[in-house]
Write a protein that binds this ligand. Structure first.
Ligand SMILES: [Ca+2]
Length: 476
């Protein structure tokens, strides 16, 4: 069987049980033929995952009459609002770009926050306009704390907000409220700046907290800027601690990336080179803004934009609005102090916090892929699966149209085989160091990770000390 370097398995389509039975038989069969060192447990799991994905696609195809061509039904994108202080640090521009390139998210509204309202609205409008996304309304945020013309002002010097083909909402706070309250689905509010707009929205309409969740770039829990082992008053909190205290007092789900994770993201080397080389308009607009922004940063080397990015804090919040696999998420009771710290306090409310990276490298690859690729080509499957399984999924064209053939007699003549290529020696097998052990430090699905690996690399409890465990409580 292996001499053709492929595994051909009879694949019954009648029921889930049959599928499981055959999948199990297939695994046993493979163990018996396990003469290649590269064919390992990971390969078996990989095949199991492939079978599972095939079954999922097949089931969805069976359920939906409009999908008789075998197309996998994509999950509906999540409605989101972006609240941003774009135009101060350059990372907001990267975050907006990531959002526009993420098919998992459906951008319903963008609003500039923390003053300089017209400047931010014009930046947002021009960026969306050039990205072909003038369907997204631009909200003008609260006009507080105006400070300067803005570091990216040169990019919009000829751009008049009146020329934006889409809607401009003069009252951005009301636009946030209306978008949330009128949405048939819960809205995810992605906040990547100080949050006076959100505090005002909560004051005017507290019920928005029941119809949305908050995902923010905020705070510093155990690490400060640049990975310093001393937490600090992070900018978005320090600028308006009372606003974030209002956010934390509201009864909604809160997820944040503090400096502990987002403060460690920078694109260098080949990853940054791919951004530089991209012919994609969104990537070009990021770079154009970055270069103009640098002119107004006299303390930074002007040729920085030729070599690497700045710290990309805000794209991590956009990532957390759709996936969390690359981060270690902790539920922490967090309090916002009057001087802008985010401190762990048992009396405070629980917040989902990305406190460490599971795989920063993979996140940076993900970011580059998104920013340089075409949105239409992007996968909607969980990124963790994509990062671990190399190559294309198996060719299932042999039988993907099985149930699309209505005539039972004709259908019976169709092949019932699924061809799964065997793992190559250079594929992601334990012999090659994959999957990385750190992937299995969290258990965020009922079966472990997104691949249902049912494995944990945690080792505090082991064979030697498990008998020492004592009952702490019993749930009846
Ligand atoms: Ca920001």
């Amino acid at each position: 069987m292996w001499k053709n370097n492929s595994l051909i398995s009879r694949f019954t389509l009648n029921s889930t049980n049959n599928l499981r039975h055959h999948a199990t038989a297939l695994l046993i069969q493979q163990q018996n033929f396990n003469t290649r060192p590269a064919v390992t447990l990971w390969s078996l799991r990989r095949i199991g995952t492939c079978l599972g994905l095939f079954w999922l696609g097949f089931t969805l195809t069976s359920l939906s009459a409009s999908d008789v061509n075998g197309q996998l039904v994509k999950p509906a994108p999540v409605p989101v609002i972006l609240d941003t202080d774009i135009g101060d640090d350059i990372d907001d521009t990267w975050a907006l770009a990531l959002l526009l390139k993420s098919p998992e998210l459906d951008l319903k509204l963008v609003v500039g926050d923390y003053g300089e309202a017209q400047y931010r609205a014009r930046l947002l409008a021009k960026f969306l306009d050039r990205a072909g996304r003038s369907d997204v309304p631009v909200g003008v945020g609260l006009d507080i704390a105006p400070r300067s013309a803005g570091r990216q002002a040169a990019w919009i010097k000829d751009y008049d907000l009146k020329s934006y083909p889409g809607k401009v909402q003069a009252d951005g706070v009301q636009a946030i409220i209306d978008t949330i309250m009128n949405s048939p689905q819960p809205v995810t509010l992605i906040c990547i700046g100080p949050s006076p707009n959100i505090a005002e929205a909560l004051k005017r309409e507290p019920r928005i907290a029941q119809h949305s969740r908050f995902v923010g770039m905020d705070g510093s829990v155990r690490l400060g800027y640049g990975g310093e082992r001393q937490p600090c008053a992070e900018w978005n909190v320090k600028c308006d601690p009372k606003a974030l205290q209002s956010v934390f007092a509201a009864p909604w789900d809160i997820t944040i990336t503090p400096l502990d994770t987002c403060g460690l993201v920078t694109l260098n080397g080949e990853k940054y080179r791919r951004i530089l080389d991209s012919t994609n308009r969104i990537a070009s607009d990021i770079l154009a803004n970055y270069r103009l922004w640098l002119v107004n940063q006299p303390t930074l080397a002007q040729d920085m934009a030729d070599h690497h990015s700045t710290t990309l804090f805000d794209p991590v919040a956009v990532y957390l609005a759709m996936h969390q696999d690359f981060c270690v998420m902790e539920k922490l009771n967090l309090r916002v102090t009057d001087d802008g710290f985010t401190v762990i306090d048992p009396q405070a409310r629980p917040v989902s916090v990305a406190t460490k990276w599971n795989d920063l490298d993979a996140f940076e690859d993900f970011l580059v892929e998104r920013l340089t690729g075409s949105r239409a080509d992007l996968p909607v499957t969980p990124p963790q699966v994509n990062s671990l399984i190399s190559g294309s999924p198996p060719d299932i064209s042999t039988n993907e149209k099985y149930w699309a053939v209505e005539d039972a007699g004709a259908r019976e003549k169709l092949p019932l085989y699924l061809t799964i290529p065997a793992a190559k020696p250079d594929e992601l097998t334990p012999a090659n160091g994959y999957p990385k052990r750190k992937t299995f430090l969290t258990w965020h699905r009922s079966h472990g990770d997104n691949g249902g690996m049912r494995y944990s690399a945690l080792d505090q409890i082991n064979l030697q000390n498990v008998t020492n465990l004592q009952v702490a409580w019993i749930y009846h």
